[in-house]
Write a protein that binds this ligand. Sequence first.
Ligand code: 3HC
Length: 284
Amino acid sequence: MGINRILVIGAGTMGRQIAMSAALAGYTTTLNDISEAALAAAHEDLEQWAATRVAKGKMEQQTADAALERLASTTDLDASARHADLVIEAAVEKLEIKRSIFGKLGKVAPVHAVLATNSSTLASSQVAAATGRPGQVCNMHFFNPALVMKCVEVVRNEHTTDTTVNTVMEVARRMGKEPVLVQREIPGFIANRMMGAIQREALELLSGGVASIKDIDTTARTALGHPMGPFELMDLVGLDVIDFIAQATHAETGADADKPHELVMQKVAEGRLGRKTGSGFYDY
Ligand code: 3HC
């Protein structure tokens, strides 16, 4: 199916970079948020990102300008959804909010529009019924930082049609990504399940007094070739997000292995959420 206009809902860390990836791929893109301030912050951040790319010689000024021009911002969800061929929802990870957004999209988005969620914890089957078109709904899960990471997990729910899957995969490819298909819904999909296992082990090594945060991270980089260690990565993703993923996964599986870790919960309680608050496992 031909996709020309993309609407991204939520101007947070993920939404803004997904929207910029779409604009850079040539799509007429709208970024929607309930907060004017969040939209302004997103725009400023993306302008800064583009200026740095240009200064580094990694992007032509013209390419940056054209992408920013293709990227509109609005607080008006109804108006922007009315013209969207593909919607990528990246709002807060709260089921009732997502359900209400998808319900609205089902009413106002064009009948052909594909409705995807970037959620890593809420499977699209939990919002699909609210749209009245569950076959056109799936997860389209990007990774942080979304302008850099190549993976996009496309997760089908039991109603998702092949056309929907193919459309979303094709859009991801046009964004320069390497999409993978998750054939059925499972908590954590592929990447967060593997990431969770590594993080759990790292937290156990630390709390068991086996090695320091720095040495565990160094080992992940120098022995396993990971671009960053598990503690650096948790700080990048945000410890509130890490804790939320664990809570959601554990609520669904009940497995001991999926239990949220005390060390992470403690940091969250202290408001030390990682890079975004200036401290987490490390100080920034
Ligand atoms: N936003 C945009 N671009 C960024 C960025 C950011 N926040 N951070 C780094 N970059 C860009 C840099 O500009 C640089 O671009 P260039 O090479 O073209 O100039 C490039 O990324 C490399 O950056 P650096 O040289 O500063 O640092 P690194 O080489 O260490 O790379 C990294 C940074 C890309 C973040 C790398 O360390 C990495 O891949 N880390 C692992 C990230 C990861 O695992 N993400 C998945 C998290 S899980 C998730 O998102 C799922 C969710 O559900 C929780």
